[in-house]
Design a protein around this ligand. Structure first.
Ligand code: PAF
Length: 280
């Protein structure tokens, strides 16, 4: 496994591998890898000749009062995990090489970036799409793997790829959960034992919502209510930012729930913002 810091070197390498007919799989990450990331790496390994993982905590997608400075980082640990999984290259660029002085180009998926997390994290998805487009241009992957936990992110990236005719397949992979149901996230490392116990109410709420739908309830308001009521039982819940039932493609809120719709939530457990979702 090789660690590459320089974008041009990374690009030259993958372009020459592609010329040799190699299929490139790509897993973009912000590091502090967990089982969710490893599941993406395993998918990529299965479906490609070469797997590239990028590790870059992208300042552009963090708001002023968000957790950029305290975002967990442990490159040596990430490197060991990647090595164990048989990753071929880690792309680990510096901020100054990704956004050199004078940088001024951004890409925005206008409608899908609104609503859900977009309403609470202004500029977030513009930061995500900008860095992902740059990473795609640098790594030149055939296939790129994203987790469905960040469901809106996945939809935004799929749209960008379609709208800009990018030659990459975007593959959404299932949410990986801890045995007790908590969706894997690098931000789980912020949680104390008590906060983690409270965080379990998020998935419990989503399950209750899905159960109600499966028992025949189609009124989205009623389904959202049971999700909210369940999450409110979490002792250390600070805020529910949203509980929405949306169409799986347009992400528009629905009044009448249908199979395939998504219930998406964002909550604060004390100072940690967690998101999760479930497909009906
Ligand atoms: O999901 C993430 O970890 C990030 O948003 C991504 C896609 C690596 C872009 O910085």
């Amino acid at each position: 496994m090789q660690v590459i810091n320089n974008p041009k070197q990374m690009q030259d390498l993958t372009l020459s591998l592609k010329k040799e007919g190699k299929r490139i799989g790509f897993v973009p990450t912000m590091g502090y890898l967990h089982e969710g990331h490893l599941s993406l790496i395993r998918c990529s390994k299965k479906e490609n000749d070469i797997t590239v993982v990028s590790i870059f905590v992208n300042p552009l997608q963090f708001g002023k009062n968000e957790d950029l400075d305290k975002y967990p980082r442990d490159f040596e640990r990430d490197k060991t995990l990647c090595q164990k999984e048989g990753v071929d290259f880690i792309f680990y660029p510096d901020y100054k090489d990704m956004y050199p002085e004078g940088y001024q180009t951004y890409v925005e998926v206008v409608e899908l970036s609104k609503g859900l997390c977009g309403d609470f994290r202004p500029g977030h998805f513009k930061g995500v799409t900008t860095v992902v487009l740059k990473l795609f241009n640098i790594v030149c992957p055939d296939n790129a793997y994203f987790g469905k936990k960040d469901y809106q992110q996945l939809k935004v990236i799929e749209r960008m790829v379609k709208d800009l005719n990018l030659p990459v397949n975007v593959i959404g992979c299932p949410i990986v959960r801890e045995p007790d149901g908590l969706a894997m996230s690098s931000r789980n490392s912020y949680l104390s034992k008590e906060e983690r116990d409270s965080a379990l109410f998020i998935y419990k709420g989503l399950i209750e919502g899905k159960k109600l739908f499966e028992s025949g309830e189609k009124n989205s308001k009623k389904i959202k209510e049971i999700v909210i009521d369940t999450i409110k039982k979490a002792p250390l819940l600070k805020e529910i930012q949203y509980v929405e039932l949306v169409d799986k493609s347009s992400l528009k809120p629905k009044e009448t729930a249908e199979k395939g719709d998504i219930i998406a939530v964002a909550v604060y457990i004390e100072n940690t913002r967690l998101i999760d979702n479930i497909e009906l």
